[in-house]
Design a protein around this ligand. Structure first.
Ligand SMILES: [Zn+2]
Length: 471
């Protein structure tokens, strides 16, 4: 039984979709004014794995992830560059799709763009004005009246007085209450004409929050199962989405709210001002996409991830170990777990981990146990058993979107940082050293250890044999 942590209730809950066996999920996508960074990659991978697992559980999933293609940041950047904003957004949407393909992200079923839904946004705003939940002011802005919605604060857990303290009114804003937020931004003189739309309360453009309320409900209905996004969106973005949507529909908006945590760089917050800001394409220059994906899966989606070269090297090494186990094993398609108890147990434990709020680090730990069992079977020459165990390892990797390449090709790849030696070459050297030691040729064994050390490889001898790791 799948359990998910719901930000709304602040606890894990049994997952029960509104309609049996069907899941409708909306995730806040990217505001396309620049290249995607590693924080975006985390959101993309987290919800890709959630979508894959919902499908693995035989739910009929409709996954919607929007594109915010009109917004303050987009207009400011286009103005800086002196190009129409649509030229800027088209470019970065194409780049985003490229990055997604590289990271093995399965595309969402529907990918709505905000600019295609302006009419529906206007309708929702009109409905809120008619309900007394919103008001227009003389400069053409329309604000949501937070005071009119008693449930405001229920997602973020913020109290009304706390909200009042933190609220700021910017110059030129004509809010009745500092907590109110813009549904529509009246046209300003310095803003380009192509970003303005006609509306009953004056020319302008939609606010960011109303965009998501509309793109979600237009595609999934007024009530749906899962709403996801980065943790930084809980307040105010998602709190405001709930207020707008529920004030208009008088129905519960999303049942489960899932939020992924942030990426930190060398234990500091990632930010442009600190100069520790990595785009996906920067990282893919140095590391393989599968290594990046592995790193993002190695932490639970609700825990912070520390991004560093060391963490990436560890991810690379871990992935190599799994590929080494699969190398030379004949992998059959489909479910092979029925033919062996170890395989069946691994699959069961993997499912239990994923059903526990998508616990990917635990799921990976199960895969390592299976890889060890597979290595033992290979060493014992039990090729039928190895094939069964290998097939299950491959199947489990598929649910996480890793381990689907030809092992030999994956292991021979040099496109990664750190040691110039590939895992296969290292294994050959380690075996040669063991052979030299066993035959009493200690100078040769020392020479090989030295050679590996020069390439950044550390050896650890134990009764079970020699393990290696990258420094
Ligand atoms: Zn959103």
């Amino acid at each position: 039984m799948l359990q998910v942590y719901n930000t709304l209730s602040r606890q894990k809950e049994a997952f029960e979709p509104l309609v049996d066996r069907q899941v409708r999920m909306y995730v806040c996508g990217i505001t396309v004014y620049d290249y995607c960074h590693i924080g975006h990659a985390r959101m993309l991978v987290a919800f890709d794995v959630i979508a894959r697992w919902l499908r693995a559980c035989d739910y009929q999933l409709t996954y919607v992830r929007n594109i915010t293609d009109i917004d303050d940041k987009i207009l400011a950047r286009a103005q800086e560059k002196g190009i129409p904003y649509s030229e800027l957004t088209e470019k970065f949407i194409a780049c985003m799709h490229e990055d997604e393909r590289a990271l093995g992200i399965q595309p969402p079923d529907i990918e709505p763009r905000a600019t295609d839904y302006v009419e529906q946004m206007k309708n929702l705003i009109q409905q809120l004005i008619d309900n007394g939940a919103a008001y227009s002011v003389e400069n053409g802005d329309v604000y949501f009246a937070v005071d009119s919605f008693p449930g405001y604060g229920k997602l973020s857990g913020k109290r009304p007085d706390e909200l009042l303290e933190g609220a700021r009114v910017a110059v030129g804003e004509l809010k009745k209450d500092p907590r109110d937020f813009a549904l529509w931004k009246g046209a300003r003189e310095d803003e380009p004409d192509d970003a303005q739309f006609e509306a009953p309360w004056g020319r302008g453009r939609p606010g960011w929050h109303i965009e998501c309320s509309v793109m979600s409900t237009c595609n999934l209905g007024k009530s749906f199962d899962i709403h996801g996004g980065g943790q930084d969106l809980v307040f105010p973005h998602h709190e405001n989405e709930i207020a707008q949507s529920e004030a208009a529909s008088h129905q519960h908006y999303a049942k489960y709210w899932l939020h992924n945590n942030a990426v930190r760089v060398d234990d500091e917050k990632m930010s442009k001002s600190l100069g520790n800001f990595f785009t996906i394409r920067d990282v893919l220059q140095v590391y393989e996409a599968e290594v990046v994906r592995y790193l993002l899966l190695a932490s639970h989606y609700r825990s912070p991830i520390n991004y560093s070269d060391e963490a990436l090297d560890n991810a690379r090494h871990a992935l190599e170990r799994l590929y080494l186990a699969l190398q030379g094993v004949e992998v059959a398609g489909g479910d092979q777990s029925g033919s062996n108890t170890d395989a069946a147990e691994a699959k069961e434990r993997f499912s239990a981990a994923m059903n526990d709020d998508f616990n990917t680090p635990e799921a990976l730990a199960v895969m390592f146990d299976l890889a060890r069992r597979l290595n033992t079977a290979k060493a014992a020459g039990e090729s039928v058993l190895a094939s069964i165990l290998g097939s299950v390892l491959y199947e489990l990797g598929g649910w996480l979107g890793i381990l689907q390449r030809n092992p030999t090709e994956a292991l021979q790849s040099k496109h990664s940082a750190g040691s110039g030696l590939g895992a296969e070459e290292i294994e050959v050297l380690v075996a040669a050293r063991t052979a030299a030691k066993n035959s009493g040729d200690y100078p040769e064994a020392d020479r090989i250890r030295e050679q590996l050390s020069e390439n950044g490889i550390v050896l650890e001898d134990s009764r079970e044999g020699t393990r290696w790791r990258r420094k």
